[in-house]
Write a new protein. Structure first.
Lengths: 112, 113
């Protein structure tokens, strides 16, 4: 069974631009979570979607948003990029929503 | 979620067992202990989880003390590829409010030749 896939793997953007990242969960998994990882803050939870509904949200500004489609694929969007948004963005999926989550390889975003 | 405490770093010789401790003295009765690891620049990898009984899978064993206030992840024969940051997370298995994982700082395990 294929794992969690994320596209693109690497991205360079400039301040003020917006970016959309994509995540395809493991087949059959209905819950998708997003995390941001930076050297200073470590792994931080962004939000979780289950059956197209946002179920939980971390402490991030409204510039960070997401959505989930009927096939469980998910996208996250960051608008008005700031230098501090440079990070590894990780997507994780789980079967029905649970703490055993399976992570993708991440998207490395660099904001210049 | 209950708070966990892990040593910041540990070393282990290749081929020996790596025993990674985790303290979770405020764990509640319905909270599980989960272990993840993250190899440099990769996504975290789920390893194992347990409630109160010891658990074993192809990757590792999880030993939870009888009072559930601490646990140990055991990699029976550590290899160089086991060098990673290991995270112990205490979390409910079923939640109406979702499944945000609090990774903390983890233990950086270095396996040496």
């Amino acid at each position: 069974k294929a794992g969690v896939t994320q596209t693109p793997r690497y991205l360079i953007k400039t301040r003020g631009q917006q970016v959309t990242l994509s995540c395809s969960p493991i087949s059959g998994h209905r819950s998708v979570s997003w995390y941001q990882q930076t050297p200073g803050q470590g792994l931080q939870f962004l939000f979780e979607y289950f059956s197209e509904t946002q179920r939980n949200k971390g402490n991030f500004p409204g510039r960070f948003s997401g959505r989930q489609f009927s096939n469980s694929r998910s996208e996250m969007n960051v608008s008005t990029l700031e230098l501090g948004d440079s990070a590894l963005y990780l997507c994780a999926s789980s079967l029905l929503g649970g703490s055993a989550q399976y992570f993708g390889p991440g998207t490395r975003l660099t904001v210049t | 979620d209950a708070k966990t405490t892990q040593p910041p770093s540990m070393d282990c010789a290749e081929g020996r067992a790596a025993n990674l401790p985790c303290n979770h003295s405020t764990i509640s009765g319905n909270e599980y202990v989960y272990w993840y690891r993250q190899i440099h620049s990769q996504g975290p990898q789920y390893i194992i989880h347990g409630l109160k009984n010891n658990e074993t899978n192809e990757m590792a064993s999880l030993i939870i003390t009888e009072d559930r206030k601490s646990s140990t992840l055991i990699l029976p024969h550590a290899t160089l590829r086991d060098t990673a940051v290991y995270y112990c997370i205490v979390r409910v298995a079923v939640s109406n409010s979702g499944y945000a994982l609090n990774f903390g700082k983890g233990t950086s395990l270095l396996v040496t030749p």
